[in-house]
Ligand binder design. Sequence first.
Ligand code: HEM
Ligand code: HEM
Length: 239
Amino acid sequence: MAAKIDEKNKKVLRHPATVRLIHWTITVSTFLLIFTGFGQMPVYKRYMVDQVPGLAWSSDFSVTLIIHYLAAIALVFAAVFHVVYHGLRRDFHILPRRGDLRESYLIIKALLTKCKEPPCHKYLAEQRIAYLFIASSLALIIVTGIFKVIKNFPGVHFSEGLLYWMTMLHNLGTFLVIFGVVAHLAAFVFRENRALLPGMFTGKVDLDYIKHRHCLWYEELCREKILELKEGSDEGKVA
Ligand code: HEM
Ligand code: HEM
């Protein structure tokens, strides 16, 4: 953990490679699921998307269904991995806390009026809320998607009512996810948030930015570092 703060290069390791790999797996699979999900409805033929060079397959139901299934497997794997990985590490920085709504309001107000922000942890309050929103929309889509897969098994019969509701909720989840992703990307329109972008590519973000904007997380990292140095010197004494 001590290696998280790199004083020499003025960087902090914010997202290790595993976290980045999972984020990008979720991103690619979600984009594919949205595109092929709309392909289940005959919109690409109607709007001639299948005339675009390289996209002739987009109006072929059997092709979009197979891609939808493959992307669903990747999404479910990444989602389960994410929950187990952070659960085992007891890393709950991203879960919403009491008072997040009010804190989000103060942060957005500070962004717009250029006044001082409240001190922040690893994630800003609105990022924790955004996470809950995206995660629960994806969970809704995964659960209803599993029903829709089982429905396609030979010999399986669900009632009309159940199928109707599963389809409705799957479609509702689609719009919630699209809304969540647009809002997630719109956050980077603000210059103050853009310093977080390199974190999802290289893992590292600027140390001074963290000291200034995520000072509560920085203090936590410093405490961990001191503890590890102390443990290291105690082990040295025993040896
Ligand atoms: C971001 C994730 C996803 C999006 C945006 C999405 C979107 C859609 C849309 C718009 C449809 C067409 C309308 C409908 O029939 O309800 C659809 C169909 C379907 N989706 Fe998804 N979906 C996603 C994830 C999943 C997952 C994770 C699974 C499976 C675990 C899944 C399984 C299915 C199935 C089986 C169908 C119906 C295919 C058929 O007509 O037989 N989807 N999806
Ligand atoms: C389907 C698409 C995507 C989904 C579902 C998604 C989801 C998430 C979630 C849930 C987080 C956690 C914290 C937060 O909400 O800020 C996150 C973090 C992040 N995402 Fe995405 N994301 C997507 C696409 C993208 C894209 C295209 C980019 C870059 C252009 C991006 C850049 C980032 C960055 C930089 C962070 C880390 C922010 C930080 O360090 O605090 N994401 N993403």
